[in-house]
Design a protein around this ligand. Sequence first.
Ligand code: XIL
Length: 315
Amino acid sequence: TGTLSASAARTGRIFGAAVASSHLTGDQQYANTLDTEFSGVTPENEMKWETTEPERGSFNFAPADIIVSHAQSHNMKIRGHTLVWYSQLAPWVNDIATGSELLQVMKNHIANEMGHFKGKIWYWDVVNEAFNDDGSRRSTNNVFQQKIGDSYIEEAFKAARLADPNAKLCYNDYDTDGINEKSTAIYNMVKDFKARGVPIDCVGFQSHMIVDQVPPDYQENLQRFAALGIDVQVTELDIRMSTPVSDADLQSQADNYQRVVKACLAVSHCNDITVWGVTDKYSWIPQYFSGQGAALLFDDNYKKKAACNLVIQTL
Ligand code: XIL
């Protein structure tokens, strides 16, 4: 018994969910579950560039504002997601001719979007998914890397600090949950940023995982980043399995979620666990990973799954 948010609050942590404005306004049970169980929100798509600046210099914050005002009226923390990302980028950005112009476009985007939400955002994912699995910079389809080069990341963080000095600033990525070439490259970047005074406050570990494949060194990885003097957050947690589901997989999923929660609790600077959706009903997984699903804590009927009960008990 109890709720995710109340249990997390006992150690000063936030338990959040990715939220879609359409479901928030269109599905009462969705809103009720969010309000009862969660203390944080991340807009699932509403703060991405294709939505917020679909044409150059014309900004649309209406969908995100729905989520932000709901969160504020329910005393929830808000994670801003995300300012600079190669994906879900407005197409026009890919047509900017030179690196120097693109840098201005990027800084302008950050200033406008962070300016609009100034004072309301707890942590911002300033840059998302900038590395390849082998630790090199992601260049494929990434106009920022191609036209500006490695420095776009630090330029983005500097612009972000100026735009909202009270917001904490994160670098966010996936498949970085264990110690591997990708997470080590990010670790080295953060270490370098700290040494040179480039503003960064946090690394987000998306943690899109597969049942029975939680990296054994998950906690050790969080710990080494925290030791650099930053916060660490579990930003997009889901643990998927083949569908239709088996009881055995649901039990393993509960154990796996518990491992993640224990890892975060063991690291004092891990202050947030956010799952990537309120309910399996609307999870992104079935659409992106064919034959997979059931990755979240509430089932299609908003019933608490075994994983949810174990998370509450463990927090
Ligand atoms: C996903 C959303 O959940 C989907 O609705 C959308 O179609 C694609 O993006 N990493 C991220 C998130 O940082 O923004 C992605 O969200 C999932 C992977």
